[in-house]
Design a protein around this ligand. Sequence first.
Ligand code: AMP
Length: 544
Amino acid sequence: MQGMMMHRPLLISEILTYAAQAHPTGEIVSARTEGDIHRQTYPETAARVAQLAHGLGKLGIKIGDRIATMAWNTHRHFEIYYGVSGIGAITHTINPRLSPEQLIYIVNHAADTVLFLDTTFVPLLEAVRAHLPADMRYIIMTDRAHMPENTLDALCYEELLAGEDTHFEWPEFDENTAAALCYTSGTTGDPKGSLYSHRSTVLHALMVVLVQADVFSQGVKVLPVVPMFHVNAWGLPYIAPLTGMTMVMPGPALDGPSLFKLMDEEKVFSAWGVPTIWMGLLAEIDAQGRPPEGFGDIVVGGSAAPRVMIETLENMGVNVGHAWGMTEMSPIGTHGNMPPFVADLPFKDRIDIKSKQGRRVFGVDLKIVDEDGVRQPHDGKSIGEIYVRGNAIISGYYKNDAATKTAIDAEGWFGTGDIASIDEQGFLSIQDRSKDLVKSGGEWISSIDLENAAMSHGDIAMAAVIGIAHPKWDERPILVAVPAGDARPSLAEIHAHIAEHFAKWQMPDDVIWVDALPMTATGKVSKMNLRKQMADYVLPDLRT
Ligand code: AMP
């Protein structure tokens, strides 16, 4: 027997309509690329999103079209999230930190037809334009007065909206319709696309609201430093309007002093981002001798939050939530909200628990399996790869059957490539990564791609790349190489050799020459043993 309830599709447009009606004083505050601070309420935002939807209609955008963005966190980027998905088109957020090669690949793979960009990225796009779809239309996210000179024949964002009707009758369609696309380089090979639906996006937002209910409410100010161009700013552009929180958008200035100033002036309560960003903020807090006014809560994820960072923040009275997730999971898998007993624990024990990666959110099932695929108990000791399934987890990669086949197991779970244990209380503890990647400043570097590029140098017989812990960047890659003959090319020569394929920040910080690399029984380089061998290694910029 079926229940007798209305079936209403879960659509993203409903979130903003709700926010405008139920939280009319909630705001989006943006540090704009123009250099000023801009404010608009949710009703004002909804009106501009309606104008954008009309403008997109005039450009001929229709359901299913892929609309790219290369933009900072600002109110305009937020408007595009809603305007594009509201009419059934798909927001494809592009990470500007990708190498030109990866960027060209994803825009062509997604077959984007329109690309919205902040003024900052004009030179970057001009440089690759010849390799992007010839009929692509570019729209620069500013007003006429600030339009930069460009060779993109670009339209002006504010002109696209100007004069349009501030009301839009949002269409109703199947909740499984695609809404957003985000490529991750968090695996080896070409970037792979996670294609989110309206349903998964709305459910993900609700799942996170649930675990943040004690922090999030109308008027509370939240700062997403985590970018809207990667992992949907952890869902905050959907979460915040549901709760009525005011979003404080940092724009392009993400250094410690800029963040401190913005947080202090706006009295931000909760700030979300990767550990690298918080290193910068903590240095500024140290310099100022005080935290920003009103700062009381932080969500750290994307890479493991260092214990000392958690201690420092908690000592300052800032509640630390350590979360884990990934692009393929929309992205939040676990959250750092604590059960009540934790508050009564001695400081050291509290930090022990907070250093773990939290507990799963509703809608994300976790299993750990050993190398033979056998499920391991959640006893805090057994370790294995984490597999996930749930309402906001990809069922496959966009137009990539080969990658889908390796990612999804026989039971239909998605393999994360993270190695972890789960304890009896449900706390996840990430131990290592089975995927061969280095994470620097919250962004991925493929060690396999670097190794292949290095080994194409005639003087290198074998090469292995490993990540070395770095206090600012979390990890930096180094190249351990076996020479082919007598020559030992310098680091600068190796950089020059591989420069075509990698962004500057993806290049190894050092090259170490060895006679042989440690091997496993199956003839692969043993990264585990190599890491052990390099345990005392110090990166060049950290040597005293
Ligand atoms: P991305 O898709 O770029 O967000 O990267 C997701 C990956 O980042 C995960 O699979 C982990 O390897 C890593 N990661 C995310 N959060 C954490 C965390 N709190 N601790 C350790 N690693 C993390």
